[in-house]
Structure formats: C-alpha cells, structure tokens
Design a protein around this ligand. Structure first.
Ligand code: FNR
Length: 388
C-alpha cells in the first residue's frame, strides 16, 4: 500500500483552517464552473461550455451518473487504499487522466494552457492526453511532464504524410501512447458557437503543431507569420479525415506505441478494433460536443467493457467528481478522464488550481473507497454497480 492516502488532503484543509488559512479554490463542481466562467473570455467560454444541438446529450452525460450507485461493504479493512493501475505496462499511481481538450491552451490566462496542464500532470502524477490542437508545440509541452507519462491524441489529417509526421514527433517527444479520435473529422452542429461564428482554430489559435511541422509548412507559399490567413485556410483543408476500418492498418504501421481509438460506443466496433490490432478503447461521446445523439456515454460503458475483454477501456463524458470516477471504474473502466472541470480550474488558477481540482477528485474517490470498503481499484471493479 502507498504511504500517501489521497483522502488525507482533507486533513490538510481542516488543519490549515484552524490556523486561519481558508481554501483558495472551490471544492464543488458548480462553484468551479461558475468561477471559471467569470474569468474566461466570452468566446473561449462559449467553445468550452457549449455542445451540439440543444445540448441534451451533454447534460444527459452528467445526469447518467445519478442513475448508478455503489453498494457499501463493511468490515473489510479499507483503512489503507491503493489507487494504482497498470496501463499498457505503465504503472500509474491513480486511475484517472486529463482528457484531450483542443483549446486548453487558451483556457489559461497566459494562453499557454498546454504547458500548464503538463506541469499539473508532473506534480500530480495524473497523465495528460494532449490534443493535436495545442498553443505550444508538442515537444515543448512534453518537456514539462516530469516523470508522468503523457499520451498524444491524434486528429488524423487528410495529408497522410502530415499524420505520419505528427505520430513520429509524438514518439520522439516521449509520448507513451497514441489516441486516435474518430468522432471529430468534422465539427458537430454547435448553435452556441454558430450564433457568433466562433471557431477558435479558424481564428488561428491552437495550431502550433501544424505551424511547427515541416510537412505542413511545405504546403504553404509563405510562413504562418507572413500570411496567417493562408495558413489557417490550409489547416482547414487538411484537418478532417473521415477514416475507414481499412485505414487502421496504415495507422497501426505508423507506430509501435499502444494505439487507442477514441469515440467508441458500440460493442461491435470494439470487437472489430481488437481484431485489427488496436490496443485500447476509449469510450466517449466527446462530452456531447459532436453528435447530440442522446445516449449518455456512461450507459454504453458496460457493453463496451464486456466486448473489450482484456483490452483496456478508457472512459470520459460527464465525469465531474471522484465519485463519478468511482462509478465508471465500478463498471469496469480501466481509467477515467476528467474533461471540462480541469479546463475551468485552469482558467481560475493555472497549474495550481488544476492540481487542486485533481487532488480533490482523488481525495473524494479515495474516501469513497475507504468508506464503502474497497481497498483497491480491482476490488471496486469486481464489486460492480447497482442501477438506482
Ligand atoms: C474536447 N474534447 C476533445 N477530444 C479530443 O479527442 N480532442 C480534442 O481536441 C478535444 N477538444 C475538446 C475541446 C473542448 C472545449 C471540450 C470540452 C472537449 C473532448 C474531450 O476529450 C472529452 O471527450 C470531453 O471533454 C468529455 O466530456 P466532459 O466530461 O468534459 O463533459
């Protein structure tokens, strides 16, 4: 068992309060969201908070967690807990990670959010899945990971050479896995952003990986500094590749790193992915930002886990707290991703507030395991979930 128990974070807070030190950042999600919304520029907030259609799926993702619960087990000595997991042979101290968020760079007040998140990963041991869409090049971001492994999320460009270049750069920069997002080869219908014509990437933000890539630069007559307009229009041309199953062999050939598919919700797709040599599944509906399809990602998770067999299953969409993470783990997810919450935390207080948010969520998860009598993540997974 590890000597540090994540739940001990609360003792620090209560003892500090005795000495007149009150917490700097909120602990509950609604306060975090509210405080983050107050400091973000309107156009970043619109992009972060919005989803597709009437945003029903995004709300349903969150609501879904209320329909499941964990049965407590007593008298089994969960005085100490071990939250560690192993993912592709990598030992991780906890079963959570930070989801790829393409605009995370501009959620920070200095617009270097990718670097700040990498630093939060380094201090907490919680891995960052870094989006293709960064404000700083991936090499710079990866240099701040410390001992925490990082994963690279690929938006597969239409230009295959550019895709190969991104993967090779990620490998060289030390990323430990490639996550290919499948559900975003085009942008979903997002009325909140359509109302103001707001697409940050098209304004030239978060394109550092493209603008630092020789393959992309060769497509331009002038550098992005000289002609930003031409560069961003070229980005739009190469951006979205609507992949087919036949393309997986090519993707597989690009890297020896573990390859995961993000956006999977159907057990048939899980089986087909496994048959084609994919190493892991990432069950997600993109937080309701892509299709307003209505089925909460959490409701799809049990079937995905069953079809995956011994393949790892990462999960996100609607996770707001440590107890949400516990529920997804009890359904069999190998690791659980936080999305929007850490973006609001970043807006409020940079790396420091992101670390605060992650430590809080881990404390809640740890204390739930302590009180409900599950000393390890595998105990939690074996316990299963009760539909409420
Ligand atoms: C995302 N997400 C995302 N996913 C991805 O694979 N690459 C990306 O660049 C982005 N960008 C992005 C931007 C913003 C503003 C958001 C909110 C989300 C989806 C993300 O990885 C994750 O699936 C969702 O955030 C999960 O939903 P919740 O829990 O944040 O509501």
């Amino acid at each position: 068992m590890p000597s540090y128990q994540y739940g001990d974070f609360q003792n620090e807070i209560y003892i500090n309060a005795l000495n007149g030190i009150v917490p700097k950042y909120p602990f509950d999600y609604p306060s975090l969201e509210r405080a983050g919304s107050e400091v973000l520029p309107w156009w970043v907030l619109s992009y972060l908070a919005g989803g597709t259609g009437d945003e029903h799926t995004q709300r349903a993702n969150v609501e879904a967690f209320k329909r499941y619960g964990i049965v407590p087990r007593m008298l089994n000595g969960a005085y100490e807990r071990d939250l560690s997991i192993s993912l592709f042979g990598i030992d991780l101290p906890t079963p959570v990670f930070m989801c790829p968020i393409g605009v995370i760079g501009i959620c920070a007040q200095d617009f270097h959010g990718d670097v700040q998140i990498a630093k939060a990963a380094a201090t907490t041991g919680v891995p960052m899945v870094a989006s293709t869409l960064m404000m700083d090049p991936m090499e710079e971001v990866a240099s701040h990971f410390g001992d925490t492994p990082g994963f690279f999320q690929l938006y597969t460009p239409r230009d295959r050479d550019l895709a190969a270049s991104f993967v090779a750069r990620a490998e060289r920069a030390g990323f430990k896995a490639i996550v290919v997002t499948l559900d975003t080869w085009t942008t979903g219908w997002r009325p909140r952003d359509l109302n103001t014509g707001n697409l940050p990437e098209l304004r030239g933000y978060c394109l550092a990986n493209y603008f630092s890539d020789d393959v992309f630069l060769r497509r331009l007559d002038k550098s992005p500094k000289e002609d930003l307009n031409a560069a961003r229009l070229e980005w739009l041309k190469v951006w979205g590749n609507s992949l087919h199953w036949e393309d997986l062999d090519w993707l597989r050939s690009l890297t020896k790193l573990p390859l995961l598919l993000k956006g999977i919700g159907s057990p048939d797709d899980v089986r087909r992915a496994r048959d084609q040599g994919i190493d892991g599944i990432y069950c997600s509906n993109h937080g309701g930002r892509q299709a307003n399809g209505g089925v909460p990602a959490l409701d799809l998770l049990p079937e995905v886990v069953e079809a995956a067999g011994d393949m790892p299953v990462l999960f996100d969409s609607g996770v707001r707290s440590g107890s949400d993470a516990a529920k997804a783990l009890a359904m069999g997810a190998t690791a659980v991703g936080f999305g929007r919450p850490y973006a609001y935390a970043l807006a409020i207080g940079g790396t420091d507030c992101v670390a605060h948010y992650l430590r809080s969520a881990l404390a809640e998860l740890d204390l739930l395991m302590a009180i409900d009598g599950y000393p390890t993540i595998s105990d939690l997974a074996a316990a299963g979930i009760r539909r409420v």
